[in-house]
Design a protein around this ligand. Structure first.
Ligand code: NG1
Ligand code: ZN
Length: 549
């Protein structure tokens, strides 16, 4: 009874905005920050309930990633460090639109009964983080109010964090491991150091330049990278667009801008020609690399998520084969790790061809990391990336235990052997790369470690394969739900006849590939086209956009 009146009173202070219906999409709720207080308050309630239900620590992140600075958003991190279970998304939507405190209360009561959420004697703890957006502090307060409106729930504000840091901390905490920001920095910097210490002597290290210049998108990533870089040796990181110079978040900067526009971000120019550059997005879960071309008018050379994936795949495969050579002699077959790769339809066709040539299993899922993550988790080692630079490498618990045991064995019988070094490198990768979610900071360190290991320049890396020319367009439509797709979004099943029209158009172009899908974050239909020349890709995209219109 006390709980009911407390909730009624508390929620009366957060009435929902009129005339807008937000929904919990791929990236949680996102909108103009000025209309989000009530939604964030309600997500606070939901996070508290999620923690009671799972009897574990959960997270709540306030960010709108690569969106403009006036937007903000909120999402929940599940106990394992991943996104909120999709089963709870519809309830999030219902909570957000409940009009009155009474309606909200009855929704919650019903849901608690249906889900059999236990409250007695158990603890509920929600870790909160936010990016650098000015609206973040007040929205964070709203989230805390929401959490506090449920008796027994505790809110722990961790301040300004990257999205992947919060995911990492939730996961670490539930595993009983140290879960502070310092622990995060220590883990990734020390595993980076291990990888560098294990670089073979014969690598021609003078060929590698140990400097990388990073665009921090004027957001949280730049700020955190400044801390991280002071803990590293053997790598020089120059951070630009840290947000401290007065630049506006995601405005002409950041991974989304660089990848979509294929131009250098603010603060990069003719002095940087040929230098290895990288760009983070606004909450540091995406990473792309690029080089500035000699001709200032032309586009940058983009090294996207597909190529980061390919670099990781090459390295992992190489280390696995060193490890397996030894084990075969000992007739222990457990080391035959299933290594797999997960992409979406946006992956450049050349990257897929390349990965298949490497002998890898390549799987496709619909857009959105929760789909990719789920598939990658089915391998012993699963690497997933979206072309836009969001991705990571997942190691299964069982294969990691095998690897640890194998490493211990090797250190007794052949300490310092090539096989043991390979085992150690793979263990270091599993500690460096974020197991919860794609993380630009840990991916940056892994890219840098692998380039040093191989003695490769960014140009050499970029030559792994050559991207097919591609074009992305968006078409504004009245009702984007009219388009539905199948086969990992590569085939449109409705409206009737549209796929046949796309096929007919695509057949006109050598190496042509084209698909359409409704965006999950904007009111548009996206068109993607690939062909053997840029003109052909442009023209294919244009004609398919006309079919959609
Ligand atoms: P939509 O709007 O559904 O295409 C975009 C990105 C996704 C993902 C989400 C979440 C593209 C083509 N799409 O989704 O990859 O990052 O935003 O932020 O880049
Ligand atoms: Zn992001």
């Amino acid at each position: 009874e006390e709980q009911r009146s407390h909730l009624l009173h508390s929620s009366s202070l957060f009435s929902p905005p009129e005339g807008v219906k937000l929904s919990y999409g791929t990236a949680g709720f996102r909108a103009d920050a000025s209309i989000l207080r009530s939604t964030v308050y309600r997500v606070g309630i939901l996070a508290a309930l999620r923690s009671f239900k799972t009897q574990s620590v959960v997270g709540l992140m306030i960010t709108a990633s690569h969106n403009k600075v006036s937007d903000n958003g909120v999402k929940i991190v599940d106990p394992g460090g991943g996104m909120l279970s999709q089963e709870w998304e519809p309830f999030a939507d219902q909570l957000a639109i409940a009009q009155t405190p009474e309606a909200l209360l009855s929704l919650i009561t019903e849901f608690v009964e249906k889900e059999k959420i236990p409250f007695d004697g158990v603890l509920s703890l929600v870790l909160l983080g936010r990016d650098t957006r000015p609206s973040g502090a007040s929205l964070l307060e709203a989230a805390v109010e929401g959490i506090n409106s449920i008796f027994g729930a505790i809110a722990l504000d961790l301040g300004i964090l990257t999205t992947p840091q919060l995911h990492w901390m939730v996961r670490a905490r539930n595993k009983g491991m140290p879960a502070t920001e310092l622990a995060y920095f220590e883990q990734i910097s020390s595993s980076f150091r291990c990888l560098v210490d294990l670089i073979p002597n014969e690598t021609e290290r003078n060929k590698t330049d140990n400097t990388v210049v990073v665009d921090g998108a004027d957001g949280v990533g730049g700020e955190k990278l400044e801390v991280l870089k002071s803990m590293l040796t053997g790598l020089v990181i120059e951070v630009r667009n840290t947000g401290k110079g007065g630049g506006l978040l995601n405005d002409g900067v950041g991974a989304d801008y660089v990848q979509k526009e294929k131009v250098a971000p603010r603060g990069f120019g003719s002095n940087d020609v040929g230098i290895r550059c990288a760009s983070l997005d606004g909450d540091a879960d995406r990473l792309v690399y690029f080089t500035v071309p000699t001709n200032s008018s032309s586009k940058i050379d983009l090294v996207d998520g597909d190529k980061i994936l390919s670099l990781f795949a090459v390295f992992i495969k190489e280390q696995l084969s060193i490890l397996t050579k030894e084990v075969k002699e000992n007739t222990n077959n457990n080391s035959q790790a299933r290594l797999g790769v997960v992409q979406t339809a946006y992956a450049n066709g050349s990257s897929t061809d390349y990965l298949k040539q490497l002998g890898l299993e390549v799987i496709f899922t619909p857009t959105g990391v929760k789909h990719l993550h789920e598939k990658a988790a089915q391998f012993d080692i699963g690497i997933y990336f979206e072309a836009n630079g969001h991705g990571t490498i997942l190691f299964s618990e069982s294969w990691l235990s095998w690897l640890e045991a194998r490493n211990n064995e090797l250190s007794l019988v052949s300490e310092g052997s090539e096989q043991q070094k390979a085992a150690l490198r793979l263990l270091s990768v599993s500690n460096l790369i974020n197991q919860a979610v794609g993380d630009a900071l840990s991916c940056l360190l892994l890219v840098e470690a692998i380039l040093q290991h191989k003695g490769w320049s960014i140009q050499k890396w970029n030559e792994l394969y050559q991207d097919l020319p591609s074009r992305q367009l968006k078409v504004k439509v009245v009702d984007r739900t009219a388009v539905t797709t199948t086969n990992a979004e590569t085939i449109a099943v409705s409206p009737p006849g549209i796929q046949e029209a796309i096929d007919a158009e695509t057949a006109k172009y050598p190496k042509g590939r084209c698909f359409i899908r409704p965006s999950g974050t904007e009111d548009v239909i996206r068109v993607y086209a690939e062909a053997s020349t840029q003109e052909a890709a442009d023209s294919l995209a244009d004609s398919v956009a006309k079919i959609v219109d």
